[in-house]
Design a protein around this ligand. Structure first.
Ligand SMILES: *Cc1c(COP(=O)(O)O)cnc(C)c1O
Length: 221
């Protein structure tokens, strides 16, 4: 399966993020041994434990909702935070990145699904962040806003999923043209999971986040 996913992402010049949440260290080592370096987790404690146990050239992505008071635990090593869903959270990431004397890449998470359970910004909230980020006195000196992230509705309706991914792609283009016409850092569209990564790649995804297809179904018991 790994090779099939790699063929798909390579063909689309995208990146595969192996979502290893709930999976043991040994399972990650197996995929790592096959050359995979980008891994994603959605819980801070699990992410920290796995970072400590695994090779240090792994690029860790935080893809789950992130509480402000936990940013400090991942700031020293995190490669990219996909789940920026408030201005407050971004200020905290800035604070911890500065403390660690590093720049942290982040994605703005948009609410594109029909369910209201999924976290994310709307365009008004994102614009408020971007107005400040692109202002002359930008306080976010230790942050690279690298793109957008979204999760489609959990449904079998391909047209619905396609509509939501197109919506995220439009938001990306709107922001790119309005805020970053000359900034090459802003380039990522993180969308697509096991069930919908092909639809995502066909609609401009640059990062797919695939878990169960790669590692097998998760067991939450
Ligand atoms: C769990 C998770 C994934 C991967 O889901 P699969 O269906 O197992 O591929 C992707 N993105 C986020 C935000 C997740 O929480």
């Amino acid at each position: 399966m790994l090779q099939q996913l790699l063929d798909a992402v390579t063909h689309n010049k995208a990146t595969l993020i192996a979502v290893s949440k709930t999976k043991p260290i040994a399972a990650i080592e197996t995929v790592y041994a096959q050359g995979q370096r980008h891994f994603g987790e959605n819980k801070v404690q699990e992410l920290v434990d796995k970072f400590e146990a695994l090779p240090k050239d792994i690029l860790w992505h935080m893809i789950g909702h992130l509480q402000k008071n936990k940013v400090k635990y991942i700031a020293p090593f995190i490669h990219c935070i996909h789940s920026i869903d408030s201005m407050d959270l971004l200020y905290e990431v800035q604070k911890q990145a500065a403390k660690n004397n590093k720049i942290i890449s982040v994605l703005l998470q948009f609410h594109i699904a029909e369910e209201d359970t999924k976290f994310g910004l709307n365009m008004l909230e994102a614009s408020a962040i971007l107005d400040i980020y692109t202002s002359e006195n930008n306080p976010f000196t230790h942050i690279h806003v690298s793109g957008v992230m979204g999760m489609a509705t959990f449904t079998d309706n391909v047209l619905q999923i396609e509509k939501e991914f197109k919506d995220l792609q439009h938001k990306f283009t709107f922001i790119k043209q309005g805020y970053f016409p000359f900034n090459t850092n802003f380039k990522e569209i993180s969308m697509g999971m096991s069930s919908d990564y092909q639809i995502a790649l066909a609609n401009g995804s640059t990062m797919i986040r695939v878990g169960s297809l790669l590692f097998g179904e998760r067991n939450y018991n």
